[in-house]
Write a protein that binds this ligand. Structure first.
Ligand code: GAP
Length: 489
């Protein structure tokens, strides 16, 4: 098995070779940290998106979905704190001119220490604990000292010649309207750095028109944009990406129990995909974002180590209060439930628990969990395969229909099977190449079932089903194909 870095590189190459992900505008040498999803990637991404959407808006009867615009009134971002606070501490190497996010620079150094065995791992732990404490205090001089004391080097120049630490805002901006000049502050609009604010500004629209009663949630999936400085690691950290966010509005005082509920509920969602629980862990935040009261990450063991895939944040009434203040519109909810004294709870600004997961990051999680290199060598013959062991419900193609030969009426039967199944799930027809080669190609695309139509099919209406993970084959009637696939979805 390839080591972790090789494995990561192999996954990236596989994504490109099999039409999952391409660098954006590749004919012009690509655009840093921006990617396009190909014919199979867009299907997989859509299936992940639908799985999340359905679990939020269909399986929870107190959650509804919206689709807000990417452009929002610029005051939104003043109110949300993003204009003033959505920045990361950065440091530049004076020799290479390369800019780093301070926490990423220190974390990368800790990863190198961990590779040195037990003593190194202890040192790394100590370093990360010191970093967390300094970040929590926003002590940038202390962080610079930590970088100097540990002689942390730039990966490009190899030197320790660093600038002081500075803040760098991550929002992209552009101008609105044909006559706008860049000097005109009113015309400046931002590409949203999170989808959440589209939910907050629509809180009362949805609550009133949907007659929603607290506690209730509003979910949204959509693009977000951040001018990430350390934009590497493939689709893990992108400048244009997609978020799946849900804001859950609760009565003040109940936020602790709802935070706990969503923390557990979201991990359950991940585990419902059949992924090994030991690959997940929680990371409770010490340094909280400007809006957060309590927060944690759900981390997954990616090929480059445990990293955040989802955040759960207790945001108090911060966002709605800010929008109330800046818009001068009431953001209150009238709660006619009775308190312990038999009196209605009355008017209040709800508290919010947020769950926020990156769709692209979830894609990378599914892909890295599925990617498997198998040695199938026998004493007689060296052999291997790459197989994507996707959960069947997420696989881009569910069923491949393969006539053994391109003649004798076999393609016609295969086409009939295609026609009877393709309205229910995505099927793929292929008649080119030897059957073994076609199976391997379907393995590389993560197709859970292949059915082969052969001469026996003409006699008894049965086909061979080949199961992706076990490679076991069995004979089943044509009439049983659809139910067999659907049982896995
Ligand atoms: N509304 C809260 C919020 O945006 P966040 O922790 O900044 O919180 C939530 O982002 C999730 O969005 C992350 O857990 C991650 O999955 C995803 N995400 C954030 N920045 C990303 C980026 N540059 N590229 C890909 N995914 C990103």
């Amino acid at each position: 098995m390839a080591n972790d870095n090789n494995r990561f590189q192999a996954i990236i190459a596989h994504c490109k070779e099999y039409g999952f992900i391409f660098p954006s505008s590749e004919i012009y040498d690509g655009l840093s940290a921006v990617y396009d999803y190909g014919q199979n990637g867009s299907e997989l991404k859509k299936n992940i998106r639908d799985y999340w959407w359905k679990s939020m808006t269909q399986l929870h009867d107190n959650i509804v979905g919206i689709d807000a615009a990417i452009f929002m009134h610029p005051t939104t971002w003043k109110a949300s704190g993003h204009v003033d606070n959505f920045s990361d501490p950065m440091i530049d190497n004076k020799d290479s001119k390369k800019r780093y996010r301070v926490d990423h620079l220190i974390e990368a150094h800790a990863d190198l220490l961990k590779e040195k065995g037990e003593a190194g791992a202890k040192e790394a732990e100590q370093l990360l604990a010191e970093m967390d404490a300094l970040l929590a205090k926003e002590d940038y001089a202390g962080l610079k000292q930590l970088i100097d004391d540990n002689k942390i080097k730039c990966s490009v120049s190899g030197t320790v010649n660093w600038t002081d630490i500075r803040q760098f805002n991550l929002m992209f901006s552009t101008e609105f309207g044909a006559t706008a000049s860049s000097e005109d502050a009113d015309s400046k609009v931002y590409l949203r750095p999170e989808t959440a604010q589209g939910i907050f500004v629509n809180f009362l629209n949805v609550q009133k028109t949907g007659r929603m009663k607290i506690p209730f949630g509003i979910a949204q999936i959509g693009k977000a944009f951040r001018n990430e400085i350390v934009a590497r690691q493939f689709i893990f950290r992108m400048r244009e990406f997609e978020q799946m966010e849900m804001q859950f509005f609760v009565r003040p005082g109940t936020e602790g129990e709802w935070y706990k509920f969503w923390k557990e509920e979201r991990l359950k969602w991940h585990l419902s995909l059949g992924i090994d629980p030991s690959k997940y862990r929680y990371h409770d935040h010490i340094k909280l974002a400007h809006y957060a009261k309590e927060a944690c990450d759900i981390e997954f063991e990616f090929p480059m180590g445990f990293r955040e895939v989802e955040g759960i944040h207790s945001r108090s009434d911060f966002d709605l209060s800010q929008h109330q203040q800046y818009s001068k519109k009431k953001m209150q909810y009238f709660d006619n439930d009775l308190d312990a004294n038999g009196k209605p709870f009355g008017n209040y600004i709800p508290y919010v628990i947020e769950t926020s997961i990156g769709l692209d990051r979830m894609f990378l999680l599914i892909m890295s969990n599925a990617y498997t290199e198998e040695d199938l060598s026998t004493p007689e013959k060296a052999d291997s395969r790459v197989v994507l062991k996707f959960p069947a419900k997420l696989a881009p193609i569910k069923l491949a229909v393969l006539p053994l030969l391109k003649k004798d009426g076999l393609p016609e039967i295969a086409r009939e099977i295609m026609n009877s199944c393709k309205g229910s799930f995505r099927c793929f027809y292929e008649e080119k190449d030897a059957i073994g080669k076609r199976y391997r190609r379907m393995d590389a695309l993560g197709t859970p079932f292949c059915v082969t139509v052969d001469h026996q099919t003409k006699e008894d209406n049965t086909v061979t089903v080949r199961h992706r993970d076990s490679m076991q084959q069995e004979r089943i009637p044509i009439s049983a194909i659809k139910a067999m696939v659907e049982a896995q979805l």
